[in-house]
Each structure stands twice: as C-alpha cells, then as structure tokens.
Design a protein around this ligand. Structure first.
Ligand code: ZN
Length: 163
C-alpha cells in the first residue's frame, strides 16, 4: 500500500550524524516506529521523504537541521532541580546523558552538562539540534488509519501510542 494522508506507517530506521558518520539511533533491535502520516508526528524532512513510498520500500534521506530539530541556540544552559527530571530514582546522572524535564509547558528534552546532588546543569537544545541527519529507512507496513487514530492525530498499536 502507498503512503498517503491518514495512513499509518510502520518503519525501521538507522540514524546517522552526517558530520562524523556515526550511527546515533536505531530501531532495528526492537519494534518498528509507527506514525500517522500527514499530521506532523515526525520531523518534516522525514515525513516529506515518506510521501511517495510504499510497503517494502527502503530509502536514504539526508535532513538539514531546519527540517529536523532546528538550530542550536546559545545561552541554553540552565540549572534545574534534580527532582524536576523524569528519571528512575536509581539513575546515575552523567554528562552527555539525555534526560526529560518536567516544565510548565510540558516535557522537554535536555542534555546533562554537570550533575550535582540536588541540581543538574543541562543544555536545553535538543541533542540533535544543529545536526544534519541521515536516515536509512525501511518501510515495514502501511495501512489505513482507524477513525479513532485520525481523531486523536496519532497511530495506535505496535510502535504507536498506547492508552
Ligand atoms: Zn490515541
């Protein structure tokens, strides 16, 4: 089946940082990712590249920062109380670790710069901000979305949202 608006796409990917060629993420050791196409659920550059693909297709796409996680901002370091982090209590915080922070405007990802006992210095740039990314994608499945998925604006089931 072809990918078009209101189809649910399942795909596997390897993600590379184009600058140094290093693999920074993969889904191939677990479930594929599922998303509802046409609802801005994945980064723009990847969704655009999916537009004319179908079940079984493989492709590579390079995505510049403005179609991925945006540019890296200066002055984005801040000190936050450890208790505002959404982490397992046993987690040992280390520089370079990506954590989620509870803020007044919802969850935000940040990278740990320096960890103390009660406070942690983080950089609130998305860890992939400023990076040109290369996705190596395999489209595993394409199906019609259920009316409920369209009204929620996201995919349900394997790789999608669970309620
Ligand atoms: Zn839902």
């Amino acid at each position: 089946m072809k990918i078009e608006k209101n189809t649910v796409v399942q795909f596997h990917y390897d993600l590379y940082d184009v600058a140094d060629g290093k693999k920074i993420e993969t889904t191939k050791d677990g479930d594929p990712v599922a998303f509802l196409f046409g609802h801005n659920n994945i980064i723009k550059g990847l969704e655009e590249a999916m537009a004319d693909k179908a079940t079984g297709d493989s492709f590579e796409i390079e995505v510049p920062p403005y179609k991925a996680y945006g540019l890296r901002h200066d002055n984005s370091e801040q000190r936050v109380p450890v208790k505002h982090l959404i982490i397992d209590k046993k987690t040992k915080l280390k520089p370079g670790m990506v954590v989620s922070i509870q803020t007044e405007r919802g969850q935000k990802q940040a990278t740990v710069k320096k960890a103390g006992k009660f406070n942690v210095d983080v950089d609130t740039n998305h860890p992939f901000a400023g990076k040109t990314l290369k996705f190596d994608v395999k489209v595993v499945d394409v199906r019609e979305a259920a009316p409920e998925e369209i009204s929620h604006g996201h995919a349900h089931g394997v790789g999608g949202h669970h309620h």
